[in-house]
Design a protein around this ligand. Sequence first.
Ligand code: PNS
Length: 164
Amino acid sequence: MTAVNDGRTAICPGTFDPVTLGHQDVFERAATLFERVVVAAAAVSGKNTLFSLAERTELIRLSVAHLDNVEVDSFDGLLVDFCRERGAAAIVKGLRSIDDFQHEQQMAMMNRRMLPEIETVLLMTSPHVQYISSSLVREIWALGGDVSEFVPEPVVEALERKRH
Ligand code: PNS
């Protein structure tokens, strides 16, 4: 088993159904703070996702292709177990608003209780992408709207393909 907390690796976990420009902003900023960033798509079994795990992972991969120190993976099970396997020092997530805070704080505290070596770092989402959410992207897309302002280009194309 890999040692926990190498002090250099951060995990950016999420459902990413689909990955948005808000997520991409967090990945880019995490990549400047940590030596290595692993974006990890959660399998979320039992939850109905628009994109399969393989599709979500591939769309993230295409969206971080410009970032040398960012890799993409997926996990099934507890996030802390994945962090332990990867020897991560931190979980990095974006914080858009006070509405996000309560849930993020609760998860951060639970995760630290289960794995005391892990820190959760919450990055304030950049204002130009602060309002974006995957669920609203899915809703706008389902109702025939244009989501190209909210998601990376490969996601626009994937959503377009899903329509046909
Ligand atoms: O898409 P989200 O809501 O931002 O991501 C939530 C996610 C995937 C990070 C969270 O649900 C998670 O960590 N799932 C893995 C299972 C787990 O560890 N659950 C306990 C959390 S305290």
